[in-house]
Design a protein around this ligand. Structure first.
Ligand code: ADP
Ligand code: ZN
Ligand code: ZN
Length: 731
């Protein structure tokens, strides 16, 4: 009988260990393949890590695997090493991290199969035939017309953008033998020289300095004002990498991945890229992942988790808007995609380029420590500099749906000059407060410590934290009085007010309520692109990344809240938002303006924002952080617990604190808590937190490492769950 063979597996469980199983003697047992494993009374998927002839456990008690799922490794050695590092750095379970690195489609029991993509084409490229469809079957015409313009054909994802019900239409066209499909082969690299702008002097200098440094690991920061042409530099860098046969990962914030950017990349690189974002199905993201992995496409353009795309020849990682909060994953495995990307680049000895007009203070501090290369771009290649921020003192003003007369004057002047106006209000719904005029009753969520927001179009009070919804009461539930009033302004009310005030102007709203689909977003962005005068209202979805040259005025309505926020990051975030929003205007051939309504025009931060540039403000904010001992000058590890009762959550944190206290070195750290979280009740659960803070990272690590084995014993249950958050975005 051949000797037994064992293998260790990563399983997506919140346990910091691997699991041993017995494998057949003739099993190829490739690291990085998945197996079905018996687990308890059920089965789980595991990724094979390594094999061995011996096991530390009693061999008789080790169960055999059930079945192998993959014939090739779907996670390579480098990605497993990165997962190891993440698990170690973020103190998350290795098994969960490994599965996080895989596309959602492969986290279950589906076997891996290489994906082939279908592409539909016209059987005959005949404009007259296509035109003939126009009257009788407009839907067929629409698709045939698009195929006429794209002789190489269109994929399902592309067809869906034309018509969400494309499938039925294409089927009918196939029956009529007007359209056929083929398997998509590896696309040729078709860079089109049309429309590539001549580099500005600054862009040229930047590339000249950067390019010779691309042969090794280094972090490069493009610290360039809004509209200074950073995207153009990314595209040139990509071009250079592709020419060497290398591949590139290009990450953008969740909302930054608009058709505008996709079109720009497509125009430059033909079909040589894959797209991945949360608006796609799991299967589509898997398709993108697989095509990049097999080298069929050379560029992966996507949001946060696209960082985990594998390939043969990664030659560059780009992180656009590196300061953006969407790079931070807040639930499940907690990590920061920018920081993991830097580690990945270091492990592969390849360069990484970060870009932002408003870099995070962490990144600026790293530049100051001289570990990053920093390139400054202070001019727009187009005609005008970004506008400076003008404050509008609203202390004694009358408001109409959140705007003052002075604001209207600005809006009207810009509309009269055929400009587009962008209005930023980061609060969706109609009004954030609903209150009884008689007794002061307020509409509160039954699951959270939060007010319900009035959504008038659907006559609903809605909780933005847990989704709880109820009808708007006709009378006060406390005193039965019927005079129930709302206070404050949301985007829905602003839209309604502006439509009434400017009946001849197009008013577009972009927020989560109206952008249920990417198609809805696309149609609005197309209107902006058309350059027709209009007013665009939006939440943070419109703050970043967009490049619409006809916008000449940015209006920021509710900046004041951030001045008095409890978060130590609020000043940084306010500065980033104001510079990003104001930077949307004046990108074309007309000068832009930016105005901010405020009740606190004398507040030092407001003064700074209106008089100084982001770089100087950021360096002051950093100084402040240093004095106060906040990150990046201190490191924080946050423990959070939640339970059906606050007492239970806090008790669990006391247990955690006790474990930490027993680790040598604890006394040198500061430990804050346990205490209730800022919003104590959320989604029906009470939440508490405990922060471990130190200026000495090694000391912090050492305590945690010693405490980890005992912490793992504090198993989570349905009653009390808890988690660790390393480098949390807030305290
Ligand atoms: P950023 O990414 O820094 O915000 P973009 O690369 O989007 O800037 O550039 C802003 C605008 O300027 C875009 O419309 C872009 O097409 C244009 N642009 C960029 N570089 C040049 C250039 N060298 N010459 C002319 N226009 C340029
Ligand atoms: Zn009342
Ligand atoms: Zn709620």
């Amino acid at each position: 009988m051949p000797p037994p063979r064992f293998a260790s597996f990563a399983i997506a469980l919140p346990l910091h260990r691997v699991f041993d199983y017995r494998i057949a003697p003739n099993d190829a047992a490739l690291a990085g393949t998945r197996y079905r494993l018996p687990f308890g009374n059920g089965v789980k998927t595991g990724v094979l890590l390594e094999t061995s002839d011996v096991s530390e456990l009693d061999p008789g008690r080790i169960k055999p695997v059930k079945e192998r799922l993959d014939h090739e490794a779907i996670i390579d050695g480098h990605m497993l090493a990165l997962a190891r590092w993440m698990s170690d750095y973020y103190l998350q379970s290795f098994g969960e991290v490994v599965f996080q690195c895989l596309p959602g489609y492969l986290r279950g029991l589906r076997p891996y199969e290489p994906i082939r993509v279908k592409r539909w084409c016209l059987v005959k490229s005949d404009p007259a035939l296509v035109a003939g469809l126009k009257r009788r079957s407009p839907r067929q015409f629409e698709i045939c017309d698009a195929l006429l313009k794209q002789p190489s054909g269109l994929t399902a994802i592309q067809l869906k953008q034309i018509n969400p019900n494309w499938h039925a239409v294409v089927k009918a066209l196939e029956v009529r033998q007007l359209v056929c499909w083929e398997w998509m082969e590896k696309p040729a690299l078709e860079a089109s020289p049309d429309g590539i702008p001549e580099l500005s002097h600054e862009q040229h200098e930047c590339l000249a300095e950067l390019e010779p440094r691309l042969d090794r690991f280094a972090v490069h920061l493009l610290d360039g004002i809004t509209g200074s042409g950073k995207t153009e530099i990314y595209l040139r860098l990509i071009q250079g990498r592709l020419a060497l046969g290398l591949q590139v990962i290009y990450l953008v914030p969740e909302i930054g991945l608009t058709n505008q950017l996709i079109e720009r990349v497509e125009q430059r690189f033909g079909e040589c890229f894959a797209i991945s974002h949360s608006g796609l199905t799991e299967f589509q993201r898997y398709q993108a992942w697989d095509r990049f992995r097999r080298g069929e496409v050379r560029i992966m353009l996507g949001t946060r988790s696209s960082l985990f795309s594998q390939c043969e020849a990664l030659g560059l990682i780009i992180i656009d808007e590196e300061h953006d909060q969407s790079y931070r994953q807040q639930d499940g495995v907690r990590y920061h995609a920018r920081d993991v990307a830097i580690k990945r680049a270091q492990m592969l000895a390849i360069p990484i380029v970060l870009g932002s007009a408003t870099p995070s203070l962490e990144t600026i501090a790293n530049c100051a420590r001289d570990t990053y290369f920093r390139y400054r771009l202070d001019r727009r290649p187009t005609r005008f500099a970004p506008p400076s921020i003008q404050l509008i003192d609203v202390r004694n003003s009358r408001f109409e749906f959140g705007c003052t007369a002075q604001t209207f004057t600005h809006i009207e002047r810009h509309l009269a000059q055929a400009g587009q106006v962008l209005m930023y209000l980061n609060r969706r719904g109609f009004a954030p407060v609903v209150m009884c005029h008689e007794c002061g009753w307020q509409s509160l969520c039954q699951n959270c410590d939060a007010r319900l927001t009035l959504h008038q179009s659907v006559q609903t009070l809605l909780c933005h934290h847990c989704g709880y919804a109820q009808a708007v009461p006709k009378a006060c539930p406390e005193c039965a009085h019927t005079e129930i009033k709302h206070y404050g302004i949301g985007t829905e009310q602003l839209e309604q007010g502006l439509i009434q005030r400017y009946p001849d102007t197009t008013v577009l709203r972009i927020d989560r309520d109206v952008i249920a689909s990417r198609a809805a977003l696309k149609s609005r962005l197309q209107q902006l692109q058309s350059g027709e005068p209009c007013i665009l209202i939006g939440t943070q979805m419109i703050a970043k990344g967009h490049d619409y040259p006809a916008i000449t005025l940015s209006v920021i309505l509710d900046a004041d809240q951030a001045l008095f926020s409890a978060s130590y990051r609020s000043s940084e975030r306010l500065a980033q938002t104001l510079f990003q929003v104001s930077g949307r205007s004046g990108r074309g051939d007309r000068e832009g303006e930016a105005i901010v309504q405020t009740r606190f025009p004398d507040h030092p931060l407001m003064q700074a924002l209106s008089q100084r540039n982001y770089r100087d403000i950021a360096s002051d904010l950093l100084q402040e952080r240093r004095l106060l001992g906040f990150p990046p000058f201190a490191r924080v590890v946050m423990f959070r617990a939640d339970a059906i009762e606050l007492k239970a959550a806090l008790a669990r944190l006391e247990d955690i604190r006790a474990v930490l206290e027993s680790a040598p070195g604890f006394d040198a750290l500061s430990c804050v808590g346990p205490m209730p979280a800022l919003m104590t009740r959320r989604v029906g659960r009470y939440r508490g937190q405990l922060a471990l803070i130190s200026q000495d990272y090694q000391a912090l690590r050492s305590v945690l490492q010693q405490a980890m084995p005992a912490l793992e014993q504090l198993a989570a249950s349905a009653r009390v769950s808890w988690s660790i958050d390393v480098d949390p975005p807030d305290l």
